[in-house]
Structures are given as C-alpha cells and as structure tokens.
Design a protein. Structure first.
Length: 163
C-alpha cells in the first residue's frame, strides 16, 4: 500500500478529483432520494472521511466495501440503540463509540469514520432506526459504487480482491 504522503502529484490529483466526483454523485443522489421520500436526513456527516479512505487509500483494508458499509451501518445502529437506553449524552457518546468499535472488531469491518457515525447519531439525537439504512447504509453503498467506477476508469484497482 502506497501512503498518500509518498504519492506523486498525479496520484494525489487522482484522489482529490475522485473524492470530489464521488461525493458529488453520492450527495446528489442521496438528496434526490431524500426528497423523493420526504426525508430531511439525506446526508451522513462523516462521508468525507470515508471518501478519503476510498479515493486516497483504496488499498487499505479500512476502505474496502465491507468495512465502509457494515462499519458505518453498525455504528449508526449502535448509536441509536445507546441513545434509546442512555439519556445522558455525555455518557451515551463514549459508550456508543466504544461499543461500535467493539462491534467492528467482531464483524471485521473496522472503518475509523464509522466511530464518528455513532457520535453524530447521539449528538443529533437521532432516534429513528431508519437513519441507519438511509442515509447511512445507502450513502456508504453509493460511495463504494462511485469508488469502484472511478477506480476502473483511472486504472486504480478498487475494491481489493482477496488473494
């Protein structure tokens, strides 16, 4: 895996343009889907951090589809569940993040931005489990599709295939 700090100018440019195009496609599609369903929540705030991994470090295990989609979705579900049980945000935030990390270890879907998803849920007082599926799971899946398409177009293999 080539770290982005050691990457040449063309690789950095490829990652930045990919993240821009990918996020524009995902956000436009998610906004449209939200309007179609009459939902105000169509954006997952940590999507930018997920895009960094998918477009700048596509070889990382933490940028692979299972990690991105399952990690983000699991963390949203955990955050919502913790919020239903623990009313105090000061306790709910670290509890949600730590349980999310544990769940990602168990399911082998470590994705650092996902820990933030659980915090975002608690901070935003998101009580509906629907949020875990739209926007979180759908946005994550759309980002993976955009990353795979962009990778194919630019000759950068994504996702990684197991050996």
């Amino acid at each position: 895996m080539v770290l982005i700090f050691n990457a040449g100018q063309s690789e950095r440019f490829r990652a930045v343009i990919g993240a821009f195009i990918g996020l524009m496609l995902v956000l436009t599609t998610a906004k449209y889907l939200g309007e179609l369903n009459g939902l105000d929540e169509w954006l997952m705030a940590s999507l930018g951090a997920s895009a960094l991994l998918v477009f700048a470090l596509p070889g990382s295990p933490m940028a692979q589809p299972w990690a991105v989609i399952a990690g983000n979705t699991l963390s949203a579900l955990v955050g919502i569940s913790v919020l239903h049980v623990v009313g105090e945000p000061l306790l709910a935030m670290p509890l949600a993040a730590s349980i999310s990390i544990l769940g990602m270890f168990v399911l082998r879907c470590l994705h650092p931005p996902a820990a933030a998803v659980s915090l975002i849920v608690v901070l935003g007082n998101v009580m509906h489990y629907r949020y875990a599926f739209f926007p979180v799971m759908i946005d994550s899946a759309l980002l993976i599709l955009a990353g795979a398409a962009y990778g194919n177009l630019t000759g950068k293999r994504y996702p990684n295939r197991p050996n």
